[in-house]
Design a protein around this ligand. Sequence first.
Ligand SMILES: NC(=O)c1ccc[n+]([C@@H]2O[C@H](COP(=O)([O-])OP(=O)(O)OC[C@H]3O[C@@H](n4cnc5c(N)ncnc54)[C@H](O)[C@@H]3O)[C@@H](O)[C@H]2O)c1
Length: 450
Amino acid sequence: MRSDCFRRWFFVDVVGSRMSLEGKAKDGSAVVGIVGLGYVGIPLALRFAEIGFRVLGFDVNAGRVSDLNAGKSPIEHISHDKISSMVEQGFEATTDYARIPEVDAIIICVPTPLSKYRDPDLSFVVGTMDAAAPYLRAGQMLSLESTTWPGTTEEVLRPYAEKAGLTIGEDFYLVYSPEREDPGNPDFTTNTIPKVVGGATPACLNAGLALYGEIIDTVVPVTSTGAAEMVKLLENIHRSVNIGLINEMKVVADRMGLDIFEIVDAAKTKPFGFTAYYPGPGIGGHCIPIDPFYLTWKAREYGLHTRFIELAGEINASMPDYVVDKLIKALNERGKSLKNARVLAMGIAYKRDVDDMRESPSVFVMERLRDLGADLGYHDPHVPVFPDMREHDFDLSSVDLTPEILADYDAVILLTDHNAFDYDMIRDHAPLIIDTRGKFRDPAAHIVRA
Ligand SMILES: NC(=O)c1ccc[n+]([C@@H]2O[C@H](COP(=O)([O-])OP(=O)(O)OC[C@H]3O[C@@H](n4cnc5c(N)ncnc54)[C@H](O)[C@@H]3O)[C@@H](O)[C@H]2O)c1
């Protein structure tokens, strides 16, 4: 026992500090700690393990930790096989922060949601730092990947390291590097998505570039952690604002009897100066509905109001009501009311071909339909049972999709356009279709654009 402790002390304090993090990154001996084993943390762990790094994962969710150690994937698009081969290569997950000294890099991928007052909720980041702080040691790199307001790394993370007696840029490296994971997108893998890195000092930046450069094809340095934090917000705000614009254009086009999907498809043939965005029933996922408000909140500290960002948020948030209004009018034209109408919501994950329900606009549509007395069902091959959600509660399971079942509903609302749907069958058997995704392009009396 004593000799084990001695060996660990010797490795951590003597061997560990003798070689720089950059050296350990290059020769592959760096041990990588990933904190937060979710949509972002797991792909990152897989990539480090694939290149041959030893990875130690930390999570507060004990069930998730034991599942991962047993080779089980908690995420639909990541196979169990991938997790079990990572475990075979030496990956281990733990809830025990006392193991932080074993790792050379601590990469934080915990959630950064909004509070109920729509202000940034950094409690998961702060919780991580409170738990890890007693175990920080010289020679380590701390990298935050969670999306957050510019200044978080310097204002929130740096004091923890300094209080531990560490000197940033000399014996401890502080980095911010935003995640750009796009779950379910088959065109990119973790290594082919360029990664932005900002360091608190030039030495911190070099440490970050050295480690991430081993696993990512292109690393993009910026001059500070604040710049890297702002890059991520710009990317997501760019999407939110453009989706807000196209949702507004949809409403105008529809009133003029024009199909916005036809218009976007024609506009995108312009080979320069136009990027296609598509309208929908609202915005979902962990990023686009949330991240813009991290900047809005921080900007207030500087006496600035981010009107553009708020306006896009307002338009996007109004889309579920727009869709429900379309359904009400379509039923009305058929002599029916929404109350007691049988309505099938198609696709309840927040985007195509994933099982992620976070902030899904489908759920907001379903809630309004329930409040108005609709008799509601849903179909989603990726979400067989409506999951436990903090703010939403439905005791529903996905219904089968057959011609008979479709014909038994008064209306179908297409909310998320999964590739698995049989669109021909839906068109042929649903009595009324409210299409929020432009999947039914040929006009028909029973198809309503929304
Ligand atoms: N999901 C995406 O596509 C995506 C893309 C880019 C950026 N991001 C950002 O990455 C961050 C993580 O998002 P995610 O989607 O991976 O979240 P997630 O909910 O899938 O995973 C987060 C994990 O962190 C764990 N956790 C929470 N508190 C912890 C703590 N104190 N210590 C250890 N583990 C803890 C949770 O149990 C969970 O397993 C967020 O800031 C998000 O905005 C997400």
